[in-house]
Design a binder for this molecule. Structure first.
Ligand code: SF4
Length: 424
C-alpha cells in the first residue's frame, strides 16, 4: 500500500473500514448532469462558460437536437479571455442578452462554471446576481459549477439543485419534498404511491418548471431519491427542512424501506401501507425472481463513478444474490448512505476516491464476473477478458422504484448473457 492509499474506520454504528485513495481518477465532470437536467427542467437553459472541450463534451454526450432548439449551450472562453486581455463579464452579458432575446421561453438561466472559468477565477455568482437584477422576474439567473477539478459527474446535479434551494418560496405549511431528478414516469409512480398513503402535499425538487418548484419551510420534510446530493441536503436543512433518512429506492426491498421511512414519519397505519404497497411489491418480487438465477453467486467489482455504488451494491447483494468484491465510490457521505451500508452483509472492500492503477491491479487479481466502471476503463478491461457495465448507463436508465426493479437487475444480466454468447 503506498502513500495514496490508507484504511480508515468509518465512525458510527457500523464501524466499517474504508480504503481511502487519492491518485489518478477516471471520471466525467459535472457538466454531464446538464444532459439529464435540461430534459427535466423544461423552462431552463444551461449556459456553460467554458472552452471548446466543454462544448464538445456536451454536444457528443447529449447529441444534437434536430427538432427542437437545445436548452444548453456554451459561451466559449477564447484565448484572449483566458489571458485576461478581454472583459469576460462584458462578453457574457452580451451572450446572455442575445440568448434571452432569441429565446423568450427561457424562465430560468443557469450559468455553469467549468475548469477554465474556475482557473481564471471568473466570478459567475457575481455575474448571476448582476444579470438577475436586469432580467428578474421574467428570468431567474442562477449559477453553479460543473467543473471537473476534484469533482465527479453526479455532483453537477447536486450543485444545480443546491443553487435552486435559496430561491424556493417560503411556506408555513407541512409538505414532503422528493429530492433528486428522476425520469418523469418514475417520479409520477413514486409520487402516486406516496399520495395513496395519504400524504397530499408532495412536491419534487427539481420541479419541471419554475411554477412547480417546491415551497419550503420549517414544517417541510424531504427525502432523497439520489445518494449524491450532499450540498443540496445541507442547503435544504439550512432552510429549516428536516430529512427523512432511508435506504435508496432501488429494488423491491429498497423501495419498500424508502416508503416505510416516509410512513413512519407520518404515522400511517400498517394496514394502509400494506394495501398501497402489496401489489407493486409482488410485481417487483416476481420480476426479480426470474433474474435471480442468472445473478446468484456472481461476483462484482465497482470502480468509483456515479456515487450510486453503495445503494446498488446493497440491491445486488441482497436482492439478486451477487457477491461484492469491492465497492468503490468517489465520496462517501455516511449520513446519506448509512441505511444502505447497514444492510450490506459480508462486507466487501469499501473504497473511497481512486488511485486507478492500484484499483486496476486489485480488479484484475480478483477477476470478477462483472466490473462496473466508466467508459474510459470499460474497453481496455473488455479487451483483457473482463465483463463490464458502464456506470453512466445506471444514471441515464430509469432504475428507481418497484416497476423498474426488474429492469435494474436486467442491466447486470445483459453483459453476462453477452459474454456467454461470445463464448459459445
Ligand atoms: S469542465 Fe473541465 S473536465 Fe469538463 S469538459 Fe470542461 S474542461 Fe473538460
Amino acid at each position: 500500500m503506498n502513500e495514496h492509499s490508507k484504511i480508515e474506520n468509518m465512525e458510527g454504528c457500523s464501524e466499517i473500514p474504508v480504503l481511502k485513495e487519492r491518485g489518478q481518477r477516471e471520471v466525467f465532470c459535472g457538466l454531464t448532469g446538464i444532459i439529464w437536467l435540461h430534459r427535466k427542467i423544461q423552462d431552463a437553459f444551461f449556459l456553460v462558460v467554458g472552452s471548446r472541450t466543454c462544448a464538445h463534451l456536451l454536444q457528443s454526450a447529449a447529441g444534437v437536437m434536430i427538432f427542437a432548439e437545445p436548452r444548453f449551450g456554451t459561451a466559449i472562453l477564447e484565448e484572449k479571455d483566458l489571458a485576461g486581455m478581454a472583459d469576460a463579464h462584458e462578453e457574457l452579458d452580451r451572450e446572455v442578452a442575445n440568448l434571452l432575446e432569441r429565446r423568450p421561453d427561457i424562465k430560468q438561466l443557469f450559468l455553469v462554471g467549468s475548469c477554465p472559468s474556475e482557473v481564471i477565477k471568473l466570478d459567475l455568482s457575481n455575474a448571476a446576481e448582476r444579470l438577475s437584477k436586469i432580467y428578474f422576474p421574467k428570468v431567474k439567473v442562477l449559477n453553479f459549477s460543473g467543473s471537473g477539478i476534484e469533482t465527479t459527474f453526479t455532483q453537477g446535479e447536486d450543485a444545480c439543485l443546491a443553487s435552486l434551494v435559496p430561491t424556493l418560496k417560503e411556506t408555513d405549511e407541512e409538505n414532503l419534498i422528493l429530492v433528486g431528478s428522476l425520469p418523469d414516469i418514475v417520479e409520477d409512480q413514486l409520487v402516486e404511491l406516496i399520495k395513496e398513503l395519504g400524504i397530499k402535499e408532495v412536491a419534487v425538487l427539481p420541479g419541471r418548471d419554475r411554477e412547480t418548484m417546491p415551497s419550503i419551510g420549517k414544517k417541510s420534510k424531504f427525502i432523497l431519491v439520489q445518494p449524491f446530493l450532499t450540498d443540496t441536503t445541507e442547503a435544504l436543512e439550512k432552510r429549516g427542512a428536516s430529512r427523512i433518512n432511508a435506504p435508496f429506492p432501488f429494488g423491491e426491498e429498497g423501495t419498500t424501506l424508502w416508503l416505510r421511512s416516509i410512513k413512519e414519519n407520518y404515522s400511517i397505519s400498517d394496514d394502509k401501507f400494506e394495501i398501497v404497497t402489496s401489489a407493486p411489491r409482488k410485481r417487483a418480487q416476481l420480476g426479480l425472481k426470474k433474474l435471480r438465477t442468472s445473478l446468484q453467486g456472481k461476483t462484482i467489482f465497482f470502480f468509483p463513478d456515479s456515487q450510486l455504488e453503495i445503494p446498488l451494491a446493497r440491491f445486488l447483494s441482497r436482492e439478486c444474490g451477487m457477491k461484492l468484491i469491492e465497492v468503490g465510490t468517489p465520496y462517501i457521505n455516511r449520513s446519506l448512505v448509512d441505511k444502505d451500508l447497514e444492510l450490506i452483509e459480508d462486507m466487501p472492500v469499501i473504497s473511497e476516491g481512486q488511485d486507478v492503477d492500484l484499483q486496476l491491479d486489485r480488479c484484475r487479481e480478483s477477476n470478477p464476473d462483472i466490473t462496473v466502471c466508466g467508459l474510459g476503463l470499460a474497453n481496455p478491461l473488455e479487451a483483457e477478458g473482463l465483463t463490464t457495465k458502464w456506470a453512466i448507463e445506471l444514471v441515464f436508465t430509469p432504475i428507481h422504484g418497484y416497476e423498474q426493479a426488474q429492469d435494474l437487475a436486467e442491466l447486470f444480466v445483459r453483459p453476462l448473457k453477452r459474454k456467454e454468447a461470445l463464448l459459445i
